[in-house]
Ligand binder design. Structure first.
Ligand SMILES: [Fe+2]
Length: 382
């Protein structure tokens, strides 16, 4: 059996590392489009600081602070128009997963002439895009080390990735200090996404020894620090662990893919407007329970990584405990357990089930998922 692992991104990690953004970006272009969220632009000094650091390094900088909520095709189109009008040759994405995915799609699609919807419909990008520097301000998406941008089509509300092998950021600049200001709920939601991505990439049918090493470390860091980061946003060590855990989970999923939680989370998130991390955390225990007989050994290892089992307990007992530990942790950080309060009901599941079956994540779930399996899991989560 052969194993492929591909990650061409330079990773710079550490508290205060934002100060290096100018030196890292300057060799990659002359005129940068800085993509960030509209709320971050108004409430945080970080985008303005990044802009100043880039300008100090000799770059011209055009700010595109229009990302609001989930990344969508309309925002990407608007950013592309701006980039082309001003002939930017470099993109910097700063913020949560939505900002980085928007920046990634703008950079990737910049040299392409086709309709953006054709790429969202599955057409492969024919050429490499512009260089991208990704600077996460949350600890969750892992988008700084992936080759895909998850985007919603506002017309159909269909959420899926555009994926290009050349779409990896050139630089991932991960500064845990940027996450200190996240509110507890955002910390919980994004951290749940990271934990889910670590667990799903660990048990994916495309997992390898390389991705397993990354995922195991990510699960330990995220599982042991999520609660502390939610309770005290100024806990330096917990914040650093969450940023590293999210980064490692992103590296694992970029090569191992994910599983059924992400397959269901995308249509639920887009049609019912549920935050991505929250819906991932909500569904994770249900899908883990479904997967128990197919991922038992890895779940037993997860229980050990989370640190709450005796070494001599049988693997089958540890595996069940892992599901319970994950469920309890998510409950403690305020992740809801049911979908009905978000307007999801048994009568409206057809579209969610149909779109779940189209997802690449679904196809990589540890245990095969049929339409009726997906429907049963969703009904159990109502
Ligand atoms: Fe995710």
């Amino acid at each position: 059996m052969t194993t492929d692992f591909y990650l061409p991104t330079q990773i710079v990690f550490g508290n205060g590392s934002l100060s290096r953004i100018g030196k890292l970006a300057a060799p990659l272009g002359r005129r940068a489009l800085l993509v960030c969220g509209s709320r971050a632009w108004l409430r945080s000094q970080v985008p303005a600081k990044a802009q100043a650091l880039l300008q100090d390094a000799g770059l011209q900088v055009l700010a595109f602070n229009a990302v609001s909520g989930e990344a969508d095709l309309a925002t990407v189109s608007a950013g592309l128009d701006l980039l082309r009008t001003h002939q930017c040759d470099l993109v910097v994405g700063l913020g949560g997963g939505s900002s980085i995915d928007t920046a990634k799609a703008i950079a990737g699609l910049a040299p392409l002439e086709g309709d953006i919807r054709t790429y969202h419909g599955g057409r492969q990008p024919e050429r490499p895009g512009l260089p991208l520097v990704a600077v996460p301000a949350t600890a969750g998406s892992g988008a700084e080390v992936t080759r895909n941008a998850v985007l919603i089509d506002p017309q159909s509300e269909f959420k899926q990735s555009i994926r290009g092998d050349e779409w990896f950021p050139r630089v991932a600049l991960v500064d845990p200090e940027l996450t200190y200001s996240m509110a507890p709920q955002l910390t919980a939601n994004t951290g749940s996404d990271a934990l889910c991505q670590a667990i799903e990439s660990y048990t994916s049918t495309a997992a390898s020894s390389i991705t397993d090493g990354l995922a195991e470390k990510a699960i330990a860091l995220l599982g042991r620090n999520l609660l502390a980061a939610v309770h005290n946003g100024q806990d330096v060590s917990a914040r650093e662990a969450m940023s590293m855990g999210s980064l490692l989970a992103g590296m694992a999923m970029s090569n191992a893919r994910l599983g059924g939680v992400h397959g269901m989370a995308h249509p639920l998130g887009s049609h019912y407007h549920i935050p991505h991390g929250l819906v991932c955390g909500l569904l994770l225990p249900y899908v883990m329970r479904y997967n128990l007989d197919y991922a038992g050994d890895k779940y037993a290892r997860i229980a050990e990584l989370l640190g709450a089992v005796e070494p001599d307990q049988p693997a089958s007992v540890k595996a069940v405990l892992a599901v319970e530990q994950v469920k309890q942790l998510l409950c403690k950080v305020g992740i809801p357990e049911h979908l009905e309060p978000f307007g999801v009901c048994a009568d409206t599941l057809d579209l969610v089930v149909k779109e779940t079956m189209l997802s690449g994540s679904t196809k990589h779930n540890a245990r095969p998922l049929s339409e009726s399996d997906v429907r049963s899991i969703l009904i159990s989560a109502l």
